[in-house]
Each structure stands twice: as structure tokens, then as C-alpha cells.
Design a protein around this ligand. Structure first.
Ligand SMILES: Cc1cc2nc3c(=O)[nH]c(=O)nc-3n(C[C@H](O)[C@H](O)[C@H](O)COP(=O)(O)OP(=O)(O)OC[C@H]3O[C@@H](n4cnc5c(N)ncnc54)[C@H](O)[C@@H]3O)c2cc1C
Length: 348
């Protein structure tokens, strides 16, 4: 699967249906099945498990293009792609052999570990027993109910390490999954919470155990990488301005689109320049780039609304959809330092 083929799929199947995908779970389901057929579900899966093992640079470009085509679709599929990457990097050979070959389908896996970012007493705890672990607490965010069969949970052990395991994405003994949460954006991704009461995680379903500081290190590693969704959403906003400019022909609309595209390119280059930079001492600089991407995304989405005038308010208009998607991309994978960097930029 080449990047060109993947972006052709987004252009032909996803972008034209973005409104339907945003408003209908059925339309999202059709898009998701089509993605499976196209072999796009596990883009970074290593070659020895079936590939296509696309490069880091291509993967980030794909993230941008999928967010540009449909924020909701981007958000749903990235949960599974993240699970693929985590399993490939961290799981035992046994788990890799069981899961990875099937992760272009039929196996679908979401993720539920943002609770590990929270400070203070862990809200989801694990205690070791003979046959595995007993889990108790809350998982505040899990996207993909009805699309994913399982999700990868992160739960904190008494010594601060986190056990990751495969959970059924359903109501089962010891786990209650909420109804899909009503959200301002990306509702068709079917995001839920889960409540655990003495859930028994069998040792055969443990994926890996990470050290105490893993979440902080992983977030520090991901500072700019996650910014590519914001770049894609910014492009969607700029595309709307460009489209209106083409229709109405005013110079200032063309000039606005040109300036936005130029800044997006500059911001994108700044993210790419730091793609392989994970040094702790460059974190402040990388946080500034992430904050730039978030700020720029919001400005582009707002420009799409302004350029579209009153029509932007129509339920079916892409400008309001892109603005709502920008809300989610402003806070997804947010950490304290990212929140701070974003807010500092907004009041600068
Ligand atoms: C629509 C949607 C779907 C999502 N789906 C998923 C999913 O499928 N899987 C998943 O794992 N996550 C998912 N998330 C979670 C997402 O990544 C989180 O939004 C993100 O981790 C921020 O967490 P939070 O919103 O719960 O905020 P919080 O955890 O309350 O806060 C965000 C950050 O600020 C820090 N912070 C908060 N208060 C303080 C304080 N007083 N002092 C210092 N620092 C503080 C926290 O430690 C944390 O790092 C989803 C989010 C959304 C909006």
C-alpha cells in the first residue's frame, strides 16, 4: 500500500462523505469497512507480520490527509493504528503473533489509557493475583464502541508501573461500558467510559507492563507527532477558504487562502524537523510547535467559517464541522505542558 493509493482512497471515499460520516454511525461503519478492504488498517505493522510498514514520514502525511478528509474518520482509525504500533513495539512475541497478522481485520482494537496522564491517586488500578490482575476504577475515554472488538487498557499497579491488557469492548462481568457519550464533535466515533469492579484480567490477555514513568516519556516523545492531526484539520479549513475564493473570486479570499497554506507548510516543516527529536531538553521548543499547530488549526477553521458567511451555520456545511473537529484535535492527547503551551500562545 503506497501513500498515493491511501490518499486516493481518502479523496475518493472519505472526503466526499465527510458530512455523512460525521452524522451517521452507519456511514462511519461503511467507511471503516472500506478502509479494511483497502488494507489501510495497520499501516505501520512490521513486514514480518504482514506489513505494509510504511515509513514514519509517510505515516504522518497520511495522518494529515485523513484529518483533512474527515476529522471523525481520522480519530476513529487512529485508535486502532495506535494499538497496532504499541503491540508491535512492546508486546511479547506470542501476543504479536496472535494479534498483528489479524490487525488489517478481523481483529480490531481501540485504546483506553489516557487515565495514566492524570496526576494524584490513579483512577484505574490493578493488583496482581495468581491468574493475572484484578482491575478496579474508571476508564474515562474509549473511542470506537461497535467498531472495535477489544481495547487496550492501561491500569496502574501499586508500585506505579502500568499493566496493559486486552479488554472486551462490551459489558461483561466486572466491566460496565456506558452508552456512547453525547459530544460536540466526532460523535459517530462512539466514545464511551468504562467502569471496572474486580474485573479479572487473565494473564494470557496481558499485552505488556510499562515502567512508572512511561506515560510521561511517551507523551514527551509524541509532542510534535500528534500535531499532524492539527495540520490536517488546518488544511481542511484552508481548503474551504480556497473553495469560496474560487467561487466568489475576491482577491482577499485568494490572499487569505494563500497565506494560510504558506503558514501551514511552515508549521508542518517545523513539526517534521522535530519528528526524530525526543531529547528532554528540546521539549519546550517542541511544545511551542505543537501549540502553533493547534492555534493555526483554529484560525484556519475560523477562517473557513468567516469566508463561508451565514451558510457556515448550516448543519450540512463543512465549515462548522471542521471547526467542531478542531475542538477535539485541540485537546486529544493533551498533557499539562501541552495545555500550558497552547494557552500561553493564545494570550501572547
Ligand atoms: C472525543 C474524545 C475521545 C477520546 N478517546 C480516547 C480514547 O479512545 N482513548 C484514550 O486513551 N483517550 C481518549 N481521549 C482522551 C484524550 O486523549 C484526553 O482528552 C487527554 O488525555 C486529556 O485528558 P482529559 O481530557 O481527561 O483531561 P485531564 O486528564 O483532566 O487533564 C489533561 C492533562 O492536564 C493535567 N492536569 C489536569 N489538572 C492538572 C492540575 N491541576 N495540575 C497539573 N496538571 C493537571 C493532567 O495530568 C493531564 O495530563 C479522548 C478524548 C476526547 C475528547
Amino acid at each position: 500500500m503506497s501513500l498515493a493509493a491511501a490518499t486516493a482512497f481518502l479523496r475518493d471515499h472519505i472526503a466526499p462523505n465527510a458530512h455523512a460520516i460525521d452524522t451517521s454511525v452507519e456511514a462511519m461503519g461503511v467507511a471503516f469497512i472500506e478502509m479494511r478492504k483497502q488494507g489501510l488498517m495497520a499501516l505501520k505493522r512490521p513486514a514480518e507480520y504482514g506489513g505494509p510498514a510504511i515509513s514514519e514520514a509517510d505515516f504522518r502525511t497520511y495522518q494529515e490527509e485523513v484529518a483533512r478528509a474527515s476529522g471523525s474518520f481520522a480519530f476513529l482509525q487512529t485508535q486502532h493504528q495506535s494499538a497496532v504500533n504499541m503491540i508491535a513495539k512492546q508486546a511479547s512475541e506470542e501476543i504479536k503473533a496472535e494479534y498483528l497478522p489479524q490487525m488489517h481485520g478481523p481483529k480490531t482494537v481501540g485504546i483506553g489509557f489516557s487515565q495514566l496522564r492524570r496526576t494524584g491517586d490513579p483512577i484505574c488500578k490493578a493488583v496482581e493475583t495468581d491468574g493475572g490482575y484484578i482491575l478496579n476504577g474508571e476508564v474515562p475515554w474509549i473511542t470506537g464502541l461497535g467498531f472495535f472488538d477489544e481495547y487496550l487498557i492501561g491500569s496502574v499497579l501499586p508500585d506505579g508501573r502500568a499493566v496493559f491488557g486486552f479488554m472486551p469492548f462490551a459489558n461483561v462481568e466486572g466491566q460496565t461500558v456506558s452508552e456512547p457519550t453525547r459530544l460536540a464533535a466526532m460523535e459517530t466515533c462512539q466514545t464511551v467510559t468504562a467502569s471496572l469492579t474486580n474485573y479479572h484480567l487473565h494473564k494470557g490477555t496481558v499485552a505488556f507492563i510499562n515502567d512508572k514513568d512511561w506515560m510521561r516519556k511517551n507523551d514527551a516523545f509524541n509532542i510534535v507527532i500528534q500535531g499532524h492531526f492539527a495540520v490536517g484539520c488546518a488544511l481542511a479549513g484552508a481548503d474551504i477558504v480556497q473553495e469560496v475564493a474560487n467561487k466568489k473570486g475576491f482577491d482577499f479570499l485568494h490572499q487569505t487562502a494563500t497565506k494560510l497554506y504558506a503558514e501551514i507548510e511552515e508549521c508542518r516543516a517545523a513539526l517534521v524537523a522535530h519528528q526524530k527529536d525526543f531529547a528532554e531538553d528540546t521539549a519546550p521548543l517542541r511544545l511551542q510547535k505543537r501549540a502553533w499547530a493547534i492555534d493555526l488549526m483554529m484560525r484556519c477553521a475560523h477562517a473557513g467559517v468567516v469566508a463561508s458567511s451565514g451558510a457556515a451555520n448550516y448543519h450540512t456545511h463543512p465549515a462548522q464541522r471542521v471547526l467542531r473537529e478542531a475542538i477535539v484535535f485541540s485537546v486529544s492527547a493533551q498533557t499539562g505542558p501541552i495545555m500550558e503551551a497552547t494557552l500561553r500562545r493564545l494570550v501572547r
